[in-house]
Design a protein around this ligand. Sequence first.
Ligand code: PHE
Length: 458
Amino acid sequence: MTQPTTPQANDQSPTTPRIHWASSGGFILAAAGSAVGLGNIWKFPYITGVYGGGAFVLVYLGCVLAVGLPLMIAELMIGRRAQENPVGAFQKLHYRGSPWQITGWLGVASGFVILSFYSVIAGWALAYVFESLSGFSGAAADIQAQFDALAGSAPRSAFWHTVFMALTIGIVMGGVRDGIERWVKILMPGLLAILGGLMIYGLFFTDGGSQAIGFLFQPDFSKLSAEGILSALGHAFFTLSLGMGAMITYGSYMNRDSHIVRDAITISLLDTVIALLAGIVIFSLVFSYGLEPNVGPGLIFHTLPVLFAETGPWVSVPFFVLLTFAALSSTISLLEVVVSYFVDERGWNRKAATLVMGAVIYVLGLLSAIAVLKVPFRGSEQGFLDILDYISTNYMLPIGGLLTCLFSAWIIKDQVRREEFGSAGLAYKAFVWTLRLITPVAVLIIILHGLNLLPFVE
Ligand code: PHE
């Protein structure tokens, strides 16, 4: 193994030239775009519904603060300091050949896996923009069968997955500034405008607004379960795009004069507020029609379209455009992690790396698009989409997050960490000790839970 003797090998100086975001606002939009995705608009409302509302939301907010925010700061630090892709970054901040590079590898692998199935779900969202143009009508069972026909049809799911991957590849091929940054400047304001409009509709034009607010913000702790607490913790990871090097990669394009802590707070806050707004919109609709909030993953594609039959396309089309925009600004960050590795470490040119790796991920995604393709997994026959989702959320992201946390808490030089943090006062000490003790314990709990090693959770 190479020893850390040559100056370049152990060079922690932030001088390597690299393309940077054109503006700090562009970076915030890109990182918030990565964070805000299906996790906010599809998953957060449905798990909040399943785990009983207010008390779950409170625990989730605690997880974002104790686990999400420190890890977000840590990933941005690693990226900006190293100015490299995740595999290179862990070596650069330790030494060439350091075993910590495994964390970067795991991140690149997570990019492959998550993007492959995420694009299939995102494809359904895009398909539903068009389906809802002509409006939903008929009995509830028919409207629900309409979704099963899409998700159950391999050619149709594969078609929309193809379109979505092509969009993602097209944007990432354009590069950091002319592709990603340019597009998030359109997608994110569009997303906020639509969400704002839908929230006004939900709060003031349906009868469910105040009930939705009560459900989300009045905690009833009798509904809280151990399982709910662990889901809140796992979701904090997924929704903030942590544990797979996405924030390391985006951080590596940050300028020295940007303010990591302030930016991490802004990104986490945006992600949280958008999830809560999506919750208000969806539960306003659900309650205004007297439905139960706890239907699970089908909330968006099964339950909402039945309600959209009443509201008309004026609500449903913007809703699915919102979902598509949110997903697209996330998929580009997933692909960028993979591309940055091939560009930095293997010397590929960006266009070739994007096309070739995008194609490989696309083919892997076809497995998830073919719903009838089932294999034995954890005691039952399951489709690839569910299996890959399960493995990445329960193992890959938490393990990647734990390693990133330990690396930034115990391995990086204190001076480097302090410089990147921007101060050495009380806030810095609180950050370091949270990262050293609280965050790793919380993450370890998620991993043990994934392995079914926690006896007190049924
Ligand atoms: N944060 C995204 C969401 O909430 C998902 C994601 C995870 C994106 C990891 C990039 C990296 O949908």
